[in-house]
Design a protein around this ligand. Structure first.
Ligand code: PXP
Length: 238
């Protein structure tokens, strides 16, 4: 059973655009849970344009499901994770000014750095997941540096889905199995939506979690948040 973690960054972006506390992020997170989300994901970026560090602390106090914090492991980010103690931390290799995450880790080149970071995060009782492309070498590298899970960067899958979905999923299918065999959990995220999610779920025998933000929040404008969360969960049932 793959769980749905709702990424609420876009809600924070709307809030920040007016400089007031509306929509209230904690309330939206609690509503997502009430409507069926099995986790809440936040990605506080260095420029704080959407979720801010203090939001993470407030969310941890109230949410009953899993809190997943994503980010580049800068000193500030690691200190945040140590303070907040989320259920999961997903490390991404983003540059500070990245518009959105658009690549996974090179776990070979950054082996020493990732080992040190993950060892430091071990002082917090959080699962550590590494954002990664579907490549066996890099996934083996994720295991080597001590990650618990990988999160597939599914941007390329989503981009190629409408052209040839079998081809688009092929590498993910093979490497998800490989990740499972070497003892890693498998998450997936980026550009997943109501069109491409069910096929991803059916194709990947091993899939623990998807985290979805942009499309889900956009769909909620049309279908409402409660319906939308239920629609995404139905995609994961197959
Ligand atoms: N996973 C990671 C590491 C991300 O950076 C993002 C975007 O913040 C997502 C998943 C969710 O992507 P999307 O907003 O396209 O659903």
């Amino acid at each position: 059973m793959a769980v749905l973690s709702v990424n609420i960054n876009k809600i924070a972006l709307i809030r920040n655009s007016r400089g007031r506390d509306y929509p209230n992020l904690v309330r939206v997170a609690l509503d997502c849970e009430r409507f069926g989300a099995q986790g809440i994901t936040v990605h506080p970026r260095p420029d704080a344009r959407h979720v801010k560090y203090e939001d993470c602390e407030q969310l941890k106090e109230v949410i009953a499901t899993e809190l997943n914090i994503e980010g580049y492991p800068s000193k500030n980010f690691i200190d945040l994770v140590k303070r907040v103690k989320p259920t999961q931390v997903t490390l991404v290799p983003d540059a500070p000014d990245a518009l959105t995450s658009d690549n996974g880790w090179d776990t070979i080149t950054h082996e020493v750095f990732l080992k040190e970071v993950i060892a430091e995060l071990r002082t917090v009782d959080a699962r550590v997941s590494l954002f990664i492309n579907p490549d066996e070498k890099l996934i083996a590298g994720a295991k080597e540096v001590g990650a618990d899970r990988i999160e597939f960067y599914t941007g390329p899958y989503a981009e190629n889905y409408s052209k040839d979905r079998e081809k688009a999923i092929a590498a993910y299918k093979i490497t998800a199995r490989f990740a499972h065999e070497i003892g890693l959990g498998v998450n997936a995220g980026h550009d997943l939506n109501l069109d491409n999610l069910a096929y991803l779920k059916q194709a990947l025998v091993y899939l623990d979690e998807v985290s979805i933000g942009h499309a889900l929040i956009t769909d909620a404008l049309y279908y409402g948040l409660e319906n939308t969360i239920q629609m995404y969960k139905r995609c994961l049932e197959g």
